[in-house]
Design a protein around this ligand. Structure first.
Ligand code: F6P
Length: 358
């Protein structure tokens, strides 16, 4: 069993409810194993600028139920440079940080690989409200963000029904429509508009007209922020105007933006964060690194970070030349199968939205 005397924990990229629960579990598990634990303040930029604080069991008291991240977070461009990376390594050396657990999304995992390659074994814990890390079925924060969005969509449903209106709602999800898709099904919306599946605008408007003729009063359409018009405009606002003009139903537009990133984590996120946090420390103790903790078919497991990153690019059609060359034919086939599976999962829910809105 590898014996680390001291490890660091950090949160990086967009915050997500449940990050605190993950940081707490990592800290407590590592302390329980006899390690010293330090927190890196402000993500990777805290490593560059030497912002390191000691973590005791009490330092992570009372955070399991809180949104945000008590260590703060950042998107750090300097960390992508060799100079920034060298400063980060120097900070690790100065404080005797022998390994790191990094909580965040794909950008965080790229940084984790760079650290591992430079002698600081690092494990990633997937935290992002977008649920857009292809290798894992679930990322910490997704359930909380959807529940927050759903509560607000339900409020809009009430007022749409009273006034016989339609509300187009834009929710977060940079490249990934899962928040929009799942909240559309759960809120009984007429349609979801997501980047992964072409949207039948004319067909949806026709369906809304039919439903109106059938006596339906209130309508909801949930649009992912990652959908744009051909000339680069955010599609949600454009669609709201079109529905208004073409159906005669007064249509409002609402953008939830960052509000769904805050708030208390749900039970689902606290459990997953605790399980993944503990597993991340166990992996380090097993002498393993450059891994991302995953949930696959309900089990907490792990995958190589490079594999996870390329599987992600493959699914998102963002492969760069040579990306697949480092992997065996079996691994490439597995990535392709995973991409097909993810697409099928989305299609299934997409169909259900249309099938259940009448
Ligand atoms: O963390 C994911 C996410 O919330 C995306 O859904 C969104 O597009 C992006 O982050 C917003 O980033 P920022 O907080 O930097 O505005």
């Amino acid at each position: 069993m590898a014996k680390f005397r001291k490890i660091g924990v950090l949160a990086s990229g967009g915050d997500a409810p449940g990050m605190n629960a993950a940081l707490r579990a990592i800290t407590r598990k590592a302390l329980d194993e006899g390690m010293e634990v330090v927190g890196v303040v402000g993500g990777y930029s805290g490593l560059i600028h030497d912002e390191i604080i000691p973590l005791t069991p009490r330092a992570v008291s009372n955070i399991i139920s809180r949104g945000g991240t008590f260590l703060y977070s950042d998107r750090c461009d300097e960390f992508k440079t060799e100079e920034g990376m060298q400063k980060a390594i120097a900070t690790c050396k100065k404080h005797g940080i022998e390994a790191i657990v990094a909580c965040g999304g794909d950008g965080t995992f790229r940084g984790a690989t760079d650290l591992t390659n430079r002698g600081i074994p690092t494990v990633g814990v997937p935290c992002t409200i977008d649920n857009d890390i292809t290798a894992t079925d679930y990322t910490i924060g997704f359930d909380s963000a959807m529940n927050t969005a759903l509560k607000m969509i339900d409020c809009l449903r009430d007022t749409c029904e009273s006034h016989a209106r339609c509300n187009v709602v834009e929710v977060m999800g940079r490249d990934c429509g899962q928040i929009a898709l799942f909240t559309a099904l759960a809120s009984g919306a007429a349609a979801a508009v997501i980047p992964e599946i072409p949207f039948d605008e004319a067909g949806t408007i026709a369906r809304i007209k039919e439903m109106k003729a059938d006596g339906k009063r209130g309508f909801l359409v949930i649009v992912s922020e990652g959908v744009f018009t051909e000339d680069g405009k955010k599609y949600g606002e454009v669609l709201a105007k079109k529905i208004d003009a073409e159906t005669g139903i007064e249509t409002k537009f609402a953008r939830f933006a960052h509000v769904v990133r805050g708030g208390d984590p749900t039970l689902r996120d606290r459990l997953t964060a605790s399980r993944m946090g503990v597993r991340a420390v166990e992996l380090l103790l097993e002498g393993k690194s450059n891994l991302v903790v995953c949930e696959i078919d309900g089990k907490i497991t792990d995958l190589d970070i490079n594999y996870a990153l390329i599987a992600d690019r493959n699914y998102k059609n963002k492969l760069k030349p040579g990306d697949l060359e480092k992997f065996s034919a079996e691994e490439v086939a597995a990535m392709k199968a995973l991409a097909a599976q993810r697409h099928e999962e989305m299609l299934d829910v997409y169909r259900m939205v249309a099938e259940t809105s009448k």
